[in-house]
Write a protein that binds this ligand. Structure first.
Ligand SMILES: Nc1ncnc2c1ncn2[C@@H]1O[C@H](COP(=O)(O)OP(=O)(O)OP(=O)(O)O)[C@@H](O)[C@H]1O
Ligand SMILES: [Mg+2]
Length: 450
């Protein structure tokens, strides 16, 4: 069943049941009240007549007495215990009642009874006859008028219930429309997104700030997020394929050159092999970096351990110095026993990214300084190379961003190093600060917690 119909049905049923219960209780309360008061009235009347009868025992004729007190729509009767000589007087409208069996009651009685499909209030009182014997004075009174009134009340209540159901149905329809409209609009937008493959938003302006508005806003935020991520992904894939195409073209052209003339020209052979080799290495590095970048933060798989920072820095710098044959000045102000909790391999990778840049973009010696200040460990890598222009500084952490593309191709960069460093810094909880002046040099500071 559709949500709209469900809301309609539930509200209508609920309100109908409530109305019905309310009207039923009103009806029963009133009918009880009216019938009780009728019965009570007959009882009181009987009591009064019995009293009069008892006081005027000298009255010559009991039959006369009965005629004087017969109710307008009813019967009055005197019954002896042996039920002989029962005296009955009825009003002209209730002659039929005289045929009813006479029953003698020992005590006082008052009740309602049905005779010939008509309702009567009945009361019986003991009296003392002129001969000293005890008898029953009984009065029966037609209460059909009260029953008629109750019938009218019943009809009024049923009509009121039916009329009241109309606004109930209308308001349940309005309520379901109010709730369903934003949902239907959301479904429509979603279907449009599915069919067109475009990111669309829900129109929200001018609506009250209720939960449905909030739901719409959340939906739009989600679409925003999806769109940005989708754009980033698209950008990344196109950049990556573009970047991988260049080394592949170089490799392909050198390979075909070798195929054609490689055997005859040994110097061409050496040059081609060199080029193919270096491009292949560049591609391998780039692919590795790309794969790392494609990983999400949760998938970084950290191996945290207590690392002696002194030893770590000495080893890392020594290895780097040997690999590239570059002079590194190490200003170490750390205590020899200083331990930090980190992932050693990833920290090394992070330092290599900056040291590699310092090596590529400067010719002089690289300075590395390590010290503690305000409860934090600083590792600084300083080069006196070409530096970065201040307009370029905010962009260097972007994927594939290189300041001077032509020059960097020669130095083998792909523009992924710093974006990888940014991600590594985030997972290792290391703040990275990059300061640079064009023509003067670059200083990178890593802030480690310990
Ligand atoms: N120490 C530095 N001195 C001068 N320019 C730098 C320095 N570090 C980075 N840059 C500039 O920032 C750009 C981005 O650096 P990044 O390390 O991300 O890429 P890359 O070094 O070109 O390539 P790779 O992916 O191989 O590291 C570089 O191309 C370079 O122009
Ligand atoms: Mg780099």
């Amino acid at each position: 069943m559709k949500l709209r119909n469900k809301i309609n049905l539930y509200t209508a049923v609920l309100f109908s049941v409530l109305l019905l219960l309310m009207n039923l209780s009103i009806y029963f309360l009133f009918s009880n009240l009216i019938l009780e008061s009728e019965t009570k009235g007959v009882k009181e009347e009987t009591e009064k007549i019995a009293e009069v009868f008892n006081q005027s025992t000298k009255m010559a004729e009991e039959g006369e007495f009965l005629r004087a007190y017969v109710p307008i729509d009813g019967m009055i009767r005197i019954i002896k215990p042996n039920r002989q000589g029962t005296l009955t007087t009825t009003s002209p409208t209730e002659i039929e009642l005289s045929k009813e069996d006479a029953i003698y009651y020992t005590g006082e009685i008052s009740k309602r009874m049905m005779i010939n499909h008509r309702t009567y209030a009945f009361a019986s009182m003991p009296i003392i006859l002129s001969d000293g014997n005890v008898a029953n004075l009984q009065i029966m009174k037609n209460i059909e008028r009260a029953i008629e009134n109750l019938k009218i009340l019943r009809i009024v209540l049923i009509t009121v219930t039916l009329i009241a159901l109309i606004p109930v149905f209308i308001s349940s329809r309005l309520l379901s429309d109010l709730l369903i409209k934003p949902v239907t609009s959301m479904i429509k937008t979603m279907t449009e997104i599915k069919q067109s493959g475009q990111f669309k938003r829900l129109p929200l302006e001018g609506k009250s700030k209720d939960e449905l508005h909030e739901m719409g806003e959340t939906f739009n935020h989600m679409i925003d997020l999806l769109e940005t991520n989708f754009e980033k992904q698209k950008q990344f894939v196109s950049n990556a394929s573009h970047e991988l195409k260049t080394p592949l073209t170089v490799i392909e052209s050198y390979a075909s050159l070798l195929k054609r003339r490689g055997m005859q020209e040994p110097e061409l052979f050496a040059e081609s092999i060199d080029a193919i080799h270096s491009e292949a290495i560049r591609m391998r590095d780039m692919t590795e970096q790309l794969l790392l970048l494609a990983k999400h933060n949760e998938q970084w798989n950290l191996h945290m351990s207590e690392v002696n920072l002194n030893e770590f820095l000495k080893q890392t710098l020594h290895a780097f110095q040997n690999a590239y044959n570059r002079k590194i000045i190490f200003n170490n102000e750390l205590q020899p026993s200083l331990m930090v909790d980190t992932d050693e391999q990833k920290l090394k990778q992070l330092m290599y990214i900056f040291l590699d840049n310092a090596r590529k973009y400067s010719d002089k010696a690289i300075t590395v300084a390590a010290r503690i200040k305000d409860g934090q460990v600083f590792i600084q890598m300083i080069d006196q190379g070409i530096g970065i222009h201040k307009d370029e500084l905010p962009k260097v952490f972007d994927r594939f961003y290189r300041v001077d593309k032509a020059r960097n191709r020669k130095s083998g960069g792909s523009g992924l190093g710093l974006s990888l460093a940014k991600e590594l810094g985030e997972v290792l909880d290391i703040k990275i600060d990059l300061e640079s002046k064009e023509g003067i040099g670059t200083t990178v500071t890593l802030y480690l917690q310990f």
